[in-house]
Each structure stands twice: as structure tokens, then as C-alpha cells.
Design a protein around this ligand. Sequence first.
Ligand code: SAH
Length: 495
Amino acid sequence: MNNQKNKGYKNSVNKHNRSGKQNKKQHNKRGNQADAKHNRKHKKVNAPQRGQKIATAKVTCSGLTSEGKGIAQWDGKRLEVADLLPGETAEIIVSKKGQYVNGDLKKVITPSKDRVTPPCPYYYECGGCQIQHMSDQAQARFKEETVASLMKPFGKPEPIFTMDHPYDYRNKNNLTYGMNKDRQIIGGLYAQNSHEIIPIDKCLIHDPKADEIAKTIQGLMKSFKMQPYNEDTGRGFLRHVLIKVGKFSGEIMVVLVAASSVFKGKNNFVKALRKAHPEISTLLHNVNTRSDSMVLGNEEKVLFGKGTITDTLCGMEFEISAKSFYQINPVQTEKLYSKAIEMADLTGEETVIDAYCGTGTIGLVASQKAGKVIGVELNNDAVKDAIRNSKRNGVKNARFYQGDAGEFMVQMAGRGEKADVVILDPPRSGSDEAFLSSVAKLKPKRVVYVSCNPETQARDLKYLDKNGYKVEEIQPVDMFPQTNHVESVVKLVRK
Ligand code: SAH
């Protein structure tokens, strides 16, 4: 669910095409002008990742993949071309690496009416977003059709819940610092499949305040002679900044992720940052000496404030720590949770299982309308957060357990326990047979399946469909506008 880690696909073909300035001029406004402008910007093939260029070809796009790439045929092969839209005729560069043949967009010849100028000047470089070249309506249609085609055996989805202002939505923002060739400090986002930093001033899906603070830190680094960490040499101090924003509470957490626990000039740095941004509620120093791509290390020091922030979701308060999982788009999360709880059809009597419950958010919101909630979650820290959140909100009818959801359900079924409603929200890989077969044994009246990956959801629905459940409602939700991700919540009832 952490969308930042799914840093898109397109950048792999675009590393040589970093004419940001030129981009900015051409792509400064979102519009639906299907004109020649779109043809000026196209990606160049990244030789190491794409292999040998073998041809330039003219193709017509026949549809979209579930990742939002254009499907085209070349020499009897099916190519998936990023940023190409259905119906468009385009010139592509065909390259080959090993047995893989890739197509990269060179020039759109007949632009689709769905094509818009990506509003972000970094779109073609940064991998964070994949579908900014589609109009809002086309994005919605793409996501609806993706869900509809996967759900075909079970029914027709409702129209997708879109976001009125599909920008600035992330409450969790992570930027990385480094040095460019001219030895200037830069801050930005990683390129796809790479640790190359794309310098950015503003990310259109980040919280705007977060980018402002990140920029201030970049400036302070220079005046405090604080070196960014260099992954190759292992030298330097600051690696990332993680900024979490309580969209409702307005509280802001800033985590300085450094390679060392020794923070030279700490007091003055903190003072200067707080002076520039008095709105920061809490500041932390996280020590990350890891060599993998995890943002946070284990050691954490609170430099000021409580070390956590709180936010309100569906009328309940949640405490958010640097490490805890919290849905990143609160506006859409409220719509998603409200729909899931509506589908659960609660009267106040039911025993509800909240499986894969994370920090307990869905279960706690549901507890207000249920007899009893049982939450199960693999991550022990998340379970602790869930218990804390439950106390914080005075919830008396929810219990949270640490464990594998499948095993937990097998044990429940073994003990002959009953549940009226099962809500599940598994990770992208979906659920498993242990879990689903126990659902069939426990025989809840309703199952509400929340998923950030409709592909694995459709697989699991097939199992439930064969084992006593009927899909009654399918609701796609756009949790991550501008990206190719889509969330889907499905109501099943016992046949
Ligand atoms: N429902 C929560 C979290 C959903 S993310 C929310 O909306 O905030 C999916 C969660 O499933 C993660 O917290 C992850 O730690 C947990 N998880 C992954 N595999 C699991 C398993 N086998 N059993 C139980 N929980 C699991």
C-alpha cells in the first residue's frame, strides 16, 4: 500500500531524457489539447535496461494493460508501451534484451482525445506516477475497466469513487537527499528501479507543506555544511526526510533519516528548522545504517515534541508513529471505509472479524456499529498500535491479536467459533487458501473484501464463489490518483 515504493515503470526507459526545464515549459498546464505539443516530449531508450535498439516502427494502440501501458503489435509480438493510449498511432523504438522485446514511445502521430499534457514537469523522468498523460475522465475509465474486466465472472462494478481534487493527497511524503555532478545538494525522488535522485521542487501528489519543509531542509544543509549521504562511498549524514501530515489535525511529523547517530550541530539545526516552520509538531532523528532500500532504520530519537502525531479518520482519532502503517490518502480512505462498513450491514449485534487489520482502523470504525470486533494482524507493532488506538477512542468491544490471518481463522474454525461478518484487507499478494477455506467453515453471513490489487482479489473471489459465497456489490475506489493503482471493495453474501 505504500505507493511511494511502487515507483512506476516508465522511468526505466527515460533516464537520458532529463530535460526538465524544457518539460516545464511544455507541460505547465493540464489541458485536453490534442496537439503537436505531445509529440515533442518522448522518452529515449535507456540502453542498459532496454538492450539493443532493433527498429523504429509505426504502431496503433489497441488497448491498455492493467498497468496503464498501451498495447501494440509489432512483428507478431505484443508490446506494452508506456504513455501510449488506445486508438493512437505512434512511432515507437523497439529494443531487445535477451529474449525480451520492448517498445518505447518516440512520437505520437494521432493523439487520443483522452491525452492531456501531464501537469507535473517531472512526469517523464520520475517513476512515481504512471498515468498523468490521461485526462481525469480517462483515468477513471481506465481504472473502472481494469476492475470490470477482472470482475467479469462476478458482476458489474459500480462507478469508481474519484477524488474531486486528485492532487496533494499524500499524508506520507518521503524525499531523498544527494549530490549532483556539480556537487550541489539535491533533494527529490528516486527514479524507477534505480537509486538515481530526480531533483524536484514540488510533487503534485505530495502534501504541499511537506515539499516546502523538505526544501527548507535542503537549504539548511548547505548553511550547516551537512553532507547528504552517499550510498556508494558510505560517507555523509542525511539520507532522507520522511514527513507525515495529519490532514485533519494539521499536525506534522518530520523524521530526519541519517546514516549516523552522531548529529553534529543538532541544536542549532533544529532551532533553525523550527524557526522556519513553527507548524512542525514533532521532529525525530532516525538512524538508518542499512544498505537495502528501507527508508527507516531501527534507532529513533525524538528531537522535540511527542514523537507521534494524531489524525482523525471517520470520526475516530488515530496515533501515527514514524513506522506505523496508515492509509496514505485520507480523503479516499474515508470513502473506502464507509463503503466497506455499509457493505458489512451491521445492526449492533454482529461479531466482526477484521483480518489483516494493520493498526485496527477499519475494525475500530466498525466497532461503533458491531457487537464485537476481532482484529488479526501479522505485524506486532501494528497490533500494539491497534490496541493503543482502541484505548484512545474508548472502544470496549474490540480485541486485536498478532498472527497469520489464515492460521488464526483455521484455529477459530477448529474451535467451532462463529463470526457474522468477515472484513479482510490483505496485502497485494491477496489472501490464501487457509484463510479462505476457514471463511467457508465459519460461514459468516457476509464477507467484505477490501483490496489494493484487484487481480489477486479476483482470484480469491473465485474460491469464495465456489465455496458458498455470492458477490453482491463491487466498488472501485481511486486511492492513488495519477498512478496506475486501483482499490476495490467487494461485498459477498452466503448463498
Ligand atoms: N486494514 C489496514 C491495513 C491493510 S494493509 C488498513 O486499512 O490500514 C495489509 C496488512 O496485512 C498489513 O498491515 C500487513 O502487515 C498485514 N499482513 C500481511 N500478511 C499477513 C498475514 N499473513 N496475516 C495477517 N496480516 C498480514
